[in-house]
Design a protein around this ligand. Structure first.
Ligand code: BG6
Length: 462
């Protein structure tokens, strides 16, 4: 068969998930409480339709059948996260044997089905007890994270070769400490930068531990949501705005993860506003010596910015947004359900930037996807005809293919997500899966895109 877009041999086809969003069983199997369980118990009104994280998509009970479904649609790789509060309730101390059994069995099932497990250690779900002592603001929690990582290497490192420390470490910073969309709902830039800084120290500590553990053939990485910043125009003021947005939202994590240092201009600007985090002298060398082997890129939308229209309120809390305004480009293509622009070429721009400025590090698209509301409207002949998702994926794959043709080191493409899952505040409002999930019965049904990706993965292209 002649294909227009053929991908490199051994390309990773698969999908990504996270523990809190799919496992359910939040109060089963000895799991401890995490911040999501807690926040929902206090303020269910913050969650769409007041649906909380208790049962989500029931992967905890249905993983065996789900893994068969993954295999059936051509997955050769699958990303999941370990729930820290399930493995080590309270975040420190004894390991929970039920959790060890669950994760062991799930990993074994994946391998039995020739699906390589990609294991992520942290996806927004801080154990409640550790949040109570300050979460990542507290250096003690960084040490506990390292211990947790070590425990995971010991337990699963004989079979898992692809490891990730964090998924989108900037999101808990933005949500929890700047913009009020994650617990603990603090609005304080200095504390936000402290959490961001400390998270990258935790990343380096976990990487150092990984190197000590020497997992044969293992690679460790981080997963970042990179949002290329496009200026409204070439006017110097717009260009400056886009550089600042890029500094705050991309380079703040990309530089320490890949180059082992925070950008000088970020340090300068934080100093200027009196927002510099505290640090320890040994941090600099730790960061430099412990960079990632592999980069996961989550890409959903670009960031379009322009110079500020008005001066920021000098009495308001400092925000990165003091340096730019968001720009709504006329004619932009939107996913109106999620409120995100769709701009396929962004994937290419990210990869070219990595090639030119970050040593062309090994990477893959670790998340990309389209959340759509009320997908039941599109059912015909018993299945959701999600042609919009197919063209969304195709559009991104074309640009990914182009980047690879031009020498970018991209190894795979994972959709968010395998099946519909629970999202942080939106709960089940927008659906992302190749498989739909009936919220009452938890029954899975393949959407049209599941049949489509099966062919694409089988042919290694389209
Ligand atoms: C990514 C996260 O930001 O986007 C996922 O890693 C998340 O956890 C996904 O679910 C989609 O975003 P949302 O907010 O629509 O669930």
């Amino acid at each position: 068969m002649s294909l227009q877009y053929k991908f490199p041999e051994d390309f990773w086809w698969g999908s990504a998930t996270s523990a809190t969003q799919i496992e359910g069983a939040a109060c089963e199997g000895g799991k401890g409480e995490n911040i999501w369980d807690y926040w929902y118990s206090k303020e269910p009104n913050r969650f769409f339709d007041e649906v909380g994280p208790e049962t989500t998509s029931d992967f905890y009970h249905q993983y065996k059948e789900d893994i068969i479904r993954m295999k059936d649609i051509g997955h050769n790789t699958f990303r999941f996260s370990i729930s820290w509060s399930r493995l080590i309730p309270g975040g420190e101390g004894q390991v929970n044997q039920h959790a060890v059994n669950f994760y062991n069995d799930m990993i074994n099932e994946l391998l039995k089905n020739n699906i390589e497990p990609f294991l992520n250690l942290f996806h927004f779900d801080m154990p409640k007890e550790l949040q109570d002592i300050g979460g990542f603001e507290n250096r003690k929690v960084l040490e506990l994270f390292k211990d947790y990582a070590k425990k995971c290497y010991e337990l699963f490192g004989d079979r898992v070769k692809k490891w990730f420390t964090f998924n989108e470490p900037i999101v808990p910073v933005e949500g929890g400490y700047l913009y009020d969309f994650h617990y603990p709902n603090i609005v304080d830039a200095r504390r936000a930068f402290q959490v961001g800084y400390n998270t990258m120290i935790a990343n380096a500590l976990a990487i150092r531990e990984f190197r000590n553990h020497s997992i044969e053939g293992g690679q460790i990485g981080i997963i970042l949501n990179l949002t290329p910043s496009y200026p409204r125009s070439q006017n110097p003021a717009d260009l400056e705005a886009s550089q600042m947005a890029d500094l705050f939202f991309n380079r703040s994590f990309l530089d320490p993860a890949v180059l082992g240092e925070f950008p000088e201009d970020l340090i300068e600007v934080l100093k200027k506003h009196g927002q510099l985090p505290t640090f320890e002298l040994a941090d600099k060398a730790l960061l430099k010596e412990n960079t990632v082997d592999l980069l996961g890129i989550n890409y959903y939308q670009p960031r379009r910015v322009k110079a500020k229209e008005h001066l920021p309120n000098p009495y308001g809390p400092f925000m990165p947004d003091w340096y730019f305004d968001n720009y709504e480009m006329p004619g932009r293509k939107m996913n109106k359900y999620r409120g995100w622009e769709i701009y396929e070429k962004g994937i290419y721009d990210i990869l070219i930037n990595l090639k030119d400025n970050y040593g062309n590090i090994d990477s893959f698209i670790s998340e990309n996807g389209m959340g759509v509301q009320d997908e039941g409207r599109f059912i015909e002949n018993g299945k959701i005809q999600d042609d919009y998702r197919i063209s969304f994926i195709e559009g991104h794959l074309k640009w990914l293919h182009q980047a690879i043709e031009e020498g970018c080191n991209s190894k795979g493409y994972h959709l968010w997500s395998f099946m519909d899952n629970w999202s942080w505040l939106n709960a089940y409002k927008n659906r992302y899966g190749f498989f739909s999930v009936d919220l009452k019965t938890k029954k899975r049904t393949a959407k049209k895109s599941a049949y489509w990706i099966k062919e694409v993965s089988k042919n290694n292209g389209f």
